[in-house]
Design a protein around this ligand. Structure first.
Ligand SMILES: Cc1cc2nc3c(=O)[nH]c(=O)nc-3n(C[C@H](O)[C@H](O)[C@H](O)COP(=O)(O)O)c2cc1C
Length: 146
């Protein structure tokens, strides 16, 4: 199976998490990580499983590097029937809009026909836990479910 990790970040935490997920799963599957801002929506395909790793900024908004990807999903409206994905969010429960960014992306992918696998993972910056630790455990559970 081929897994593509797509990360959306403002200050690099989601990229570190994406790299940790790649490290955790690389011995079992073909997997790589790409910044969403460098990924073409036309490249989405049903043969690949996607792991979307995305933080939240502003007031429950997408981080900078996720915005072009999200805008392209809205304008190009690709048919994502058959596409499967899982989502891991980074946020801070200090904000009422905790982890809304990852939810925004998941909702859009589902609206376009994609199927979300497993529970949306979440890291809370106020928890004191390392995001990579939470994400790697979550990713192993996702891999077992697909
Ligand atoms: C200015 C600012 C606004 C933020 N807004 C939110 C928010 O609305 N909801 C949330 O859950 N986290 C929010 N966060 C927390 C970030 O999502 C969290 O620190 C995350 O780890 C950043 O990941 P990144 O470096 O990949 O962007 C905010 C952080 C900053 C600095």
């Amino acid at each position: 199976m081929n897994i593509q990790v797509l990360f959306g970040t403002e200050t690099g935490n989601a990229e570190m998490v994406a790299d940790d997920i790649v490290d955790a799963l690389a011995h079992e599957v073909e997997i790589s990580a790409t910044d969403m801002s460098k990924f073409q929506v036309a490249g989405l395909n049903a043969e690949t499983f996607y792991i979307v790793v995305c933080s939240t900024y502003g007031d429950g908004e997408l981080p900078n590097s996720a915005q072009p990807f999200f805008a392209a999903l809205e304008s190009e409206k690709p048919d994502l029937a058959g596409l499967r994905f899982a989502v891991f969010g980074l946020g801070d429960s200090f904000y009422a809009t905790f982890n809304r960014g990852s939810e925004i992306i998941a909702e859009r992918l589902v609206a376009l026909g994609g199927r979300q696998v497993g529970e949306r993972g979440a890291h809370d910056a106020s928890s004191g836990e390392l995001p990579g630790d939470i994400a790697m455990q979550w990713a192993k559970e996702i891999l077992a479910a697909i």
